[in-house]
Write a protein that binds this ligand. Structure first.
Ligand code: AR6
Length: 179
């Protein structure tokens, strides 16, 4: 599924984000930037040790914030590492922190003149964020950003890891554009 907002094309696809050829891919990291499982593990495996070395030098990243490294052996030139919240009961600023993770990633991308970016579904794996709610926050945040900021971003993709996740994001996007 694909929509155009101003001069940015927003698309939802199924795939493995490590194969993306966008200028930047976003990593769902932890605040120690220490690597881990899920998409984080996949990015470090595919990108090689250069990325973890750069992460070590940066030292860490608070929840809801983002940092940038090169893409190592990946096709992407950059990896933007952001840290989503661990979902507990929804009463611990989870929504605000998840939105911030997307927004800060986009601010960083804009500051580097990045023209294309791919996001995974942040926090909906090990961090347990219910994907229905998380997809609403993710899509509303990026759409708001595109609408209100002059950005060089031409391509924005969400790369979902399963048919089920892709379907949830598609349904959420359909309901957002109907409003
Ligand atoms: N490409 C795209 N999406 C993927 C890939 C991939 N290669 N692999 C997994 N996903 P998670 P989180 C999906 O757990 O919830 C790590 O250990 C996955 O199916 O990767 O933010 C970090 O170090 C899910 O939908 O990230 C942190 O400690 C989504 O990516 C912690 O997990 C996010 O799942 C972060 O947890």
């Amino acid at each position: 599924m694909e929509i155009k907002i101003n001069s940015t094309t927003l698309s939802l696809i199924k795939g493995d984000i490590t194969n993306e050829d966008t200028d930047a891919i976003v990593n769902a990291a932890n605040s120690r930037l220490a690597g881990g499982g899920g998409v984080d593990g996949a990015i470090h495996r595919a990108g090689g040790p250069k990325i973890i070395d750069e992460c070590r030098k940066i030292g860490g990243c608070p929840t809801g914030s983002a940092v940038i490294t090169t893409g190592g052996n990946l096709k992407a030139k950059y990896v933007i590492h952001t840290v989503g919240p661990v979902y507990r009961d929804g009463k611990n600023r989870e929504a605000e922190l998840l939105s911030s993770a997307y927004r800060k990633s986009l601010e960083l991308a804009a500051s580097k003149e990045i023209k294309s970016i791919a996001f995974p579904s942040i926090s909906t794996g090990a961090y347990g964020y219910p994907i229905n709610e998380a997809s609403e926050i993710a899509l509303n945040t990026v759409i708001e950003f595109i609408k209100t900021t002059v950005v060089p971003l031409q391509i924005m993709r969400f790369v979902l890891f399963s048919d089920k996740d892709l379907k949830v994001y598609e349904e959420t996007l359909r309901s957002i554009i109907k409003k």
